[in-house]
Design a protein around this ligand. Structure first.
Ligand SMILES: Cc1cc2nc3c(=O)[nH]c(=O)nc-3n(C[C@H](O)[C@H](O)[C@H](O)COP(=O)(O)OP(=O)(O)OC[C@H]3O[C@@H](n4cnc5c(N)ncnc54)[C@H](O)[C@@H]3O)c2cc1C
Ligand SMILES: NC(=O)c1ccc[n+]([C@@H]2O[C@H](COP(=O)([O-])OP(=O)(O)OC[C@H]3O[C@@H](n4cnc5c(N)ncnc54)[C@H](O)[C@@H]3O)[C@@H](O)[C@H]2O)c1
Length: 472
């Protein structure tokens, strides 16, 4: 490494995978003096930039804006047409840089990171093969992301259905679409394409967004239904076929048969570890990591972002990357590694304060534990809820504003350990809850954080009043 003068290896660190997480590991390690190369087999920028976060949010935005305008008299009269799908897709294309990565590659070069194009495989400790060449290094960071988890349903593999890559990059507005999977991706795409005019059926084996508080799925399902979406809860397909007319037929376990022009399968993702050579090196493919992202049983291998399965979210992966990039550089220089809880080189918040936003309408914004998760974790918690529609800021924001907020409180420490908000344009409220949880702000002190009037943040005051009422 530069500061220690070692050039016995090609690099100090090789990062495999150039998504948002790999880019940040490389950048942070380089900033701290390491000689770094990044290996990417597709586009620098990864899933998030081209087939996930950016295009999906761009596709959602136009519909959300129109619905918002329709809820405000005076504005609603000005919005009486349909969405311009070509313009929606064109805006999406600009956010994906037309699926070209020159800009990201230039940024990597400006950050001092060498880009190696190709598929990286581990062939030994500190040895990465790309094509015909084997590169040596002192540490490797795997940031290979995740791949779709496709269910084994008879006929599905031959039906050429859409995954999230296809739906986020399409230029087509299908007349009808069956969405399998009531998680984050399925829910968001149902809103986006309902706004574009597609007739949609969502199939979910459990409540929508089932990992969140129970009222979340109920409110989002009600909103989808109001948009004309057929939401079917508690059903699973038993067969899928693509007919000679090009349409998809789905047979459900309740005996129903559905037909649609297209089908989206969005049933979760799993770490992308295939072909990395882990088993040949005797490494556990589950890639268990400590909070610096060092893989258990090794002193040279790190797994960061989606690939370690801790939190499949860009912002949380990038947070891990900042910790890991710094930790790797520090270890290579024999500098102190600040790996105590909340230290500079650890991703402590992964355990207690992961923020999540679903860009549906209403939006869902949550951080930390749900009430049931907190109880399962053995915490002594209470919970308070409040109707967002009765907060002045929300009522002004949109007529008939509908939403709900909930705090989960650790009674032993008198701090918040979870917060959930559902409502139009509520996502920007989330960071206040994240700060309260990470800062472990006592409720008694939180009382003095006065929300401005008339903003939606006043829901904080109402939640705290609800908490204190009935208590001394
Ligand atoms: C539809 C959808 C919408 C989403 N929206 C959001 C959102 O709004 N907000 C959010 O926070 N998260 C969102 N996510 C999740 C987010 O996309 C991921 O958490 C994020 O992309 C993870 O980043 P990563 O760098 O770990 O992996 P990736 O972005 O998957 O990048 C991994 C990279 O590694 C490369 N690679 C893999 N194997 C190799 C190899 N052996 N050699 C070389 N290169 C390799 C891949 O080509 C890829 O470029 C969404 C996901 C989906 C599917
Ligand atoms: N706004 C965001 O931050 C955002 C948006 C989209 C995706 N993502 C991330 O991308 C990842 C993938 O999204 P996703 O929606 O595919 O995953 P998910 O885990 O959110 O939802 C998957 C859904 O599919 C269902 N499912 C799983 N297996 C099934 C089967 N065999 N048959 C029927 N249903 C099945 C699950 O019950 C769940 O409802 C998630 O981890 C999510 O965090 C984030």
């Amino acid at each position: 490494m530069t500061s220690s003068g070692s050039t016995a290896t090609d690099y100090d660190l090789i990062v495999i995978g150039g998504g948002p997480v790999g880019e940040n590991v490389a950048d942070y390690a380089t900033k701290h003096g390491a000689r770094v190369a990044l290996v990417e087999s597709e586009l620098v920028g990864g899933e998030c930039s081209y087939w996930a976060c950016m295009p999906s949010k761009a596709l959602l935005r136009s519909g959300n804006v129109v619905r918002a305008a329709r809820r405000v008299p005076g504005a609603s009269e000005a919005v009486d047409g349909k969405l311009d799908s070509a313009a929606v897709f064109a805006r999406r294309d600009s956010f994906t840089s037309e699926w070209k990565d020159e800009g990201q590659a230039e940024w990597l070069a400006s950050a001092g990171v060498d880009l190696i194009r190709g598929f990286g495989t581990l062939v030994g400790e500190g040895q990465v093969r790309v094509g015909e060449r084997t590169y040596t290094c002192r540490a490797v960071a795997l940031a290979t992301g995740s791949v779709p988890n496709v269910p084994q349903i008879p006929g599905l593999a031959d039906a050429h259905v859409w995954g999230t890559r296809e739906i986020t990059s399409t230029d087509q507005v299908p007349q009808s679409l069956i969405v399998l999977g009531g998680g984050v991706a399925g829910t968001e795409m149902a809103f986006a394409f309902a706004a574009l005019g597609t007739r949609i059926t969502v199939l979910s084996r459990g409540q929508l967004l089932g990992r969140e508080e129970p009222f979340v799925g109920e409110q989002v399902a009600d909103a989808l239904t109001a948009e004309g979406v057929d939401v079917r809860i508690g059903v699973s397909p038993v067969r899928v076929d693509r007919g000679s007319d090009g349409n998809v037929t789905v047979t459900l376990d309740d005996g129903a048969t559905l037909h649609a022009e297209e089908m989206l399968v969005s049933t979760g993702r799993k770490p992308a570890t295939e072909g990395l050579g882990l088993e040949a090196l005797g490494l556990d493919p589950a890639l268990p990591v400590d909070d610096t992202m060092l893989v258990s049983g090794t002193e040279w291998l790190y797994a960061v972002g989606d690939v370690n399965g801790r939190a499949l979210l860009t912002h949380q992966g990038k947070y891990q990357a900042r910790a890991a990039g710094g930790a790797i550089a520090a270890r290579l220089k024999d500098d102190a590694v600040l790996d105590g809880a909340w230290g500079w080189h650890v991703a402590t918040a992964d355990h207690t304060a992961v923020p999540r936003v679903v860009f549906s309408d209403p939006e869902v914004a949550a951080v930390g534990h749900t009430e049931s998760e907190a109880r399962d974790a053995g915490l002594n918690v209470s919970a308070v809820e409040f109707d967002l529609g009765s907060v002045a800021g929300a009522a002004l924001h949109a007529d008939n504003y509908s939403g709900r907020a909930k705090l989960v409180i650790d009674e032993d420490r008198r701090v918040i350990v979870g917060a959930t908000f559902v409502g139009q344009d509520i996502s920007e409220l989330l960071h206040s809850a994240t700060v309260a949880i990470v800062g472990e702000v006592p409720l008694e002190r939180l009382w003095h954080a006065v929300p401005a009037y008339p903003t939606m943040s006043e829901v904080w005051l109402r939640l705290l009043e609800t908490y204190w009422s009935g208590r001394a």
